[in-house]
Design a binder for this molecule. Structure first.
Ligand code: ATP
Length: 199
């Protein structure tokens, strides 16, 4: 999977609409301290569905919206879009290019889009499941992440290997089926009760 482009508007220090194209051969982003390099990786995490303000180096989710400067008023909305190449159909959808978008307003309302169609966070998670790209994937290795992985309990480390092996999708489906079975069993028990009351 190849990240082609990221568009950022109103996210952290990116008050103006900013488009970054990752042409083949781009291997790094350089800039002075505090110029917004890490804000770009925060934007990638956020659009993939990150729900923790702390992981995005803030205390509340609102902190990700441009807060204003002495010369500029704060903004009321943040929006980030990621465009990925899907020629190899790794994302399992019938588009050669996939753009995922997340938008949030100061009221806290959040919206997600896949190729400009409104969708649920669940849809974004599903599309990236088992690709390594999703917010729980390993495509973004932040500072300290390697130490975390090495120090982690084996169970937590296993999650990473399961994602790489592409079996998370099946584990999730199994869990959903088990829940449905349990509900059906409960319904059957209730039915038995009703039948014996009627007898
Ligand atoms: P370093 O090399 O020091 O790690 P960096 O290039 O990674 O720096 P970032 O941490 O990405 O820099 O950016 C920090 C800048 O983003 C700070 O100047 C901070 O004021 C600004 N910033 C963060 N959140 C917001 C916000 N909500 N509104 C406006 N500016 C913000």
């Amino acid at each position: 999977l190849y990240l082609k482009k990221i568009e950022i508007h109103g996210f952290k220090s990116f008050a103006d609409k900013t488009e970054i194209e990752f042409e083949k051969g781009v291997t790094g982003i350089v800039g002075p301290n505090g110029s917004g390099k890490s804000n770009i990786s925060d934007a990638v995490r956020w659009v993939l569905g990150e729900q923790s303000a702390k992981t995005l180096r803030g205390s509340r989710m609102e902190d990700i919206i441009f807060a204003g400067t002495t010369q500029r008023k704060p903004l009321g909305m943040a929006e980030v879009s990621l465009t990925l190449d899907n020629e190899s159909n790794k994302l399992g959808v019938d588009f050669s290019e996939v753009t995922v978008t997340r938008r949030v307003y100061r009221s806290g309302e959040s919206e997600y889009y896949i190729n400009k169609s409104l969708c649920r966070l669940k849809d974004i998670k599903e599309i990236f499941m088992d690709t390594g790209v999703g917010v729980d994937g390993y495509s973004i290795i932040g500072q300290g992440k390697i130490d975390d992985i090495l120090n982690n309990k084996s169970g937590n480390r296993r999650i990473l290997f399961e994602e790489a092996a592409g079996i998370v999708k099946y584990r999730n489906r199994k869990e959903e089926s088990e829940k449905k079975l349990e509900n059906t069993n409960q319904n059957l028990i209730r039915l038995d009760d009703i039948i014996s009351e009627l007898k």
